[in-house]
Design a protein around this ligand. Structure first.
Ligand code: 5GP
Ligand code: ZN
Length: 114
């Protein structure tokens, strides 16, 4: 989508600190990190919110989690622990309408979240 900032990041039109890149999935460091590790993991296909997921998107959602697991391992958090979260809609804090997993680690993470 031409007016989506995450599509522009995938295309390199907006620079980012790339952590992972394959044919389906892209991951980059959050510009406003909320923890020592804060990576956004996104599908290359534009999907606006969880509400827009279709049955044929099941594979890509699984892939996002596998990439989260790999990045957590690469950064040394497999056993220390980490959080993976996806916001849906404005009341949940979604501000960019191209689905993304937040991978957060490196500080104590309170529960429940705010
Ligand atoms: P949301 O609030 O939609 O769950 O998360 C959007 C995230 O995208 C926020 O944590 C925000 O800091 C991050 N973000 C917004 N614009 C940019 C950008 O241009 N570059 C990067 N790297 N992160 C961004
Ligand atoms: Zn997009």
């Amino acid at each position: 989508m031409s007016d989506c900032i995450f599509c522009k990041i995938i295309g390199g039109e907006i620079p980012s600190q790339v952590v992972y890149d394959d044919e389906d999935v892209f991951a980059f460091r959050d510009i406003n990190a909320q923890a020592p590790l804060h990576v956004l993991i996104i599908p290359k296909a534009h999907i606006a919110t969880i509400n827009d997921l279709e049955t044929n998107n099941a594979d890509i959602i699984g892939k996002l989690y596998l990439v989260a697991k790999k990045i957590a391992a690469d950064e040394g958090y497999t056993n220390k622990g980490y959080r993976v979260v996806m916001n849906c809609g404005e009341a949940a804090g979604q501000t960019v309408f191209h689905i993304h997993l937040h991978l957060l680690a490196g500080r104590p993470l309170d529960w429940p979240p705010g």
